[in-house]
Design a protein around this ligand. Sequence first.
Ligand SMILES: Cc1cc2nc3c(=O)[nH]c(=O)nc-3n(C[C@H](O)[C@H](O)[C@H](O)COP(=O)(O)OP(=O)(O)OC[C@H]3O[C@@H](n4cnc5c(N)ncnc54)[C@H](O)[C@@H]3O)c2cc1C
Length: 189
Amino acid sequence: AYPMPASGTDSPYLVKGDSWDALFDRLDAKLSALGARSGGVRLAPGFAAAAKESLGRYDAYAKAGRDADFDRGAQLYDVQWHKLFSAAREGSPHGANPYPNITMHPFADEGPYYAFILAAGALDTNGGPRINHHAQVLSANGEPIPGLYGAGNCIAAPTRNAYYGAGGTIGPALTFGYIAANHALGKSV
Ligand SMILES: Cc1cc2nc3c(=O)[nH]c(=O)nc-3n(C[C@H](O)[C@H](O)[C@H](O)COP(=O)(O)OP(=O)(O)OC[C@H]3O[C@@H](n4cnc5c(N)ncnc54)[C@H](O)[C@@H]3O)c2cc1C
């Protein structure tokens, strides 16, 4: 699944190494190349040792089926979500996970190994003008401003700080856009 490139294909953000150490070296080289845009972030001196220690612990948890660090797969939610988003594709060359926890599988004993760098980015604002149930923008004293409507990302989310599930932003955006247009036309919805 995105952002994982399909087997055998390449991608500019994919870092490969035949061993863990080779992978970490390439990762650091990539960070070095990005230095001008990242403020010079590099791997810490003890990164490789700490990562290998984490990977070994992860493998042991995967084999035992019990993740003592993060409880991956301990909740029904994890398991169902995994089945939904990580179901094996038809014709996949990878067999079913034979280990007791379907959300975990040990890493292969030998490379190649793959990595890509994840970093924080700004997706959106988390504030903005409030609206009422007619999608009218409210003034600072809470009164609707005649003729001014808002929906979508430019307003304070009607769902406040919750993301109810897939479509949690587009759904309210479309709904309040529809409500706004109808109210502007004097139609009730
Ligand atoms: C990677 C990603 C994945 C997402 N996945 C989901 C998902 O699965 N489900 C879901 O519900 N939501 C998802 N969202 C969120 C959803 O896409 C947005 O909430 C939604 O598209 C916002 O719609 P909007 O019309 O309010 O704003 P936008 O789509 O941002 O539209 C604003 C428009 O205004 C234009 N604009 C900006 N400034 C000016 C200006 N000065 N003059 C003229 N035009 C201007 C912009 O170019 C843009 O076209 C995702 C967002 C991202 C980034």
